[in-house]
Structure formats: C-alpha cells, structure tokens
Design a protein around this ligand. Sequence first.
Ligand SMILES: [Zn+2]
Length: 419
Amino acid sequence: MKKRRVQIEGYENGVTLAKAWISEGLMLCPEGEVIEGGYRLVDESYTEDEDVDLNLLALWEKRAVERGDRKAQERIRTWNEETFLAYVGTIHKRALSEKLDKNRYPEVQGLAAYKDREAKGIADVFGTDYRRVLLCKDIYRGPTYMFVTEGREQGRCELQKCTTVIFKKSPVGSIIGRNMDSGIHAMDGLQTYGEPVLYQYPEEMGYSYIYPIQINSRGLMIQGSSIGYPNEPISESGFRVDGYDLILRFSETVDDAIELIGRYNLFFEPAPSSLAVVDVNGDAAIIEKTKNTFAVRKTDRRSIFTTSGVAVEKKTRKIQGDNTQTYQFEFKRHQLIENLLLEEEKAPTIEAMQRIMSNHITPSPVCRHLENLSPYSQLVTLYSFVLIPREQVYYFSLIRPGPVYPCQQESTKYSYWFI
Ligand SMILES: [Zn+2]
C-alpha cells in the first residue's frame, strides 16, 4: 500500500505529492486515466503519441480530425499556447474569488486557496507552469476542453462509462463490484494502477481514504458512472469541488453523503453523474445527479446498482430524455443487470459478483470488449474490482496489451488499512 500523508499547508502538500509520484515513476498527464487525488497521472513508460501528449491543443485537434468534427478543428486553431494557458488562469482566478457562505459551506472554506498552493508546489517540483498542473485536474480540464472545442464551458457529457453493483448484505458484509470503461487508447497509461493508496488526512481536515476504491476510514464508499443530460440548462459557478474527496472526507453514512450532495450540488464534480454509495451498516443508495438537481434511489432489496448512460428515476429520466437510441442501448444493460440480480442476490457472494461484472450478453453487456462494441458506445472495460469492506480487501484486474480483458485473467488481491 502506498501512503500519502496529507499536509496542512497546501504548497507543502503539493511538494510532498509530486516527490512521491516521481519516486514511483509517475508523471502528470492531462490525457492520462490514472486519477490520484483528483490529478491525472500516467506511468512514465506511457507510450501514446508522445509528441502530442506534451501539447494538449495538438492532441485535441488530432482527436477532432479523427471524428471529423470540422467546427471543433477551426475553433482549436484559433488558440495558441499562450491564450490557452491564460484561459486556464482565468477560470482559476474565478474559482479563487468566489465567496462561499461560511454557515452553508463550512467544509470548503479556504479549499480553493489550499488547492492553488498545492498546484504551485507540484509545479515547482516538476519545473512546469502551475496552470499545466491545474489542467491535469478534471475541474479545470473539463471546462477548458469544452470551451476550446465547443465555445462553451459545460455541455453534453459524451462518455458513458462505468458500472457499480452492490450487495448490501452477505455473509462477508457488503460486496461491491465495479467496472471502469474508457477508450482502448487509455490502456497505455494504466500500468501501475490498482494498488491501494492511502490518503492520510490530519484529523482537522476530515477522514482518511483509499484510492482507487474510494472508501474512507469510516467504511463509506462512493463510485460514479458518467451520464449525459444534453438538454439541461446550465447554471454557472466559478467554484467547483472534487465531489468524491468532499464525500470521503466528511461523510460517515449514506445519509451524510446525500446531505452533502444536496448542499453542494451546484459545485459538485463530476457533474452530471450517477453516484453509488454504501456505508458500514450496509445502507446503500444511488444518487442520479444532473447538473442542477438529483434523485435518490434506496431499496429494500438486497442489492442496488447503477450503470452508465441511463437515468431511471422518473425525475432524472425526464431531464435526460429516454427516446434516443443511445438511451435504449444503455437501458438494455440496466435491464440485464436487474435480471441477473434477481437470481444472484439470493446467494450474494464474491463469485456471484464476479459473474455479474464479467457478463457478456449482447447487445449491451456489462463487460465490454472491442469485439462486442456497438455504434452507441465505443468503450471497453479497462479494469474491474470486487471490494469487501469488512475484510478490507479487494480483487483487482486490469486490462493488458493484447488486449487481455480483466475478465480473462486472475485478479490481484490487495489489502488496505488505516493508520
Ligand atoms: Zn469480459
């Protein structure tokens, strides 16, 4: 297990983090998939097109060419390195200047300034412009990408990723299955991924937690699935908060998490998303979060789940719109999992969870391979894990070159603990 002792002072924390990454062969990369503490990182043996990785504008242009998006290409060409970084600086300044009510938002007082100092600490160790460090965080990269390619800061969420299934109670306590899906090109940056990383917070900064499984020292876990609400109007806010970090540091129960999501809804990233939470009592919920509102699902059944691309609660489904082919495609996976659970929840075990997460029934299987992709989703399952919080272990399986999918190999058992 890797340990990160979080420092009370932001700059010092940035320096400590960056030194740890360097010693482990990790580097910052805005196009990476390995997210640690909100930053995108890759293993230094990362092999994707290195020329363009160093230049995000060139990479985004290349992607726009690949998908034949002429408008985006034209927009990207109006930018240069200087105006691009200045833009990142502008949204950062806006976040820093936002005054948040002390009574309503006590958890994040001083957070923007802390994160500003942290980015500067990281930048100094890597010898780079701190705005490039900010770009490795989704709360900056997302709006910048949208603005450069589409001329607006928020917009449709194109990626439909990830499935989370929860057995609330079993002979070994709760069991969580999780598949992470993304483009096959993201495989290159994931070599060192999977091992637990402990974020050890000083008490006054909240609870400690473990990446990549996102569970805190009180036994509360949160996972997200991406989902698009293309027609929902956007409310603008300068300040954005890493929602997973917020929930893990400040909630002990599912109801605590729901309260925080409600209060921070407008600032919460990733937005929109469908969030799965489970606590030490085996209480669990799915929160279908749009940009502006959310719906909560709890159930008396032994299991609960969410899969990417579909909102199924009345309120959120209406906002999403269910008459598209994409919705119908994603909804088939939802129905598939529901049917599998009717059988498997009768005897909830680790093996039962593994069977669900490696299901391949087309047209919209839980485990996604290149050979079973549909026109509605071009993503593959890059890693899969089954977590047993009571035992503080998880079984992790990562895609390998070939590709050899997570379902086709032995998983690695990892233990984690809190100090
Ligand atoms: Zn598979």
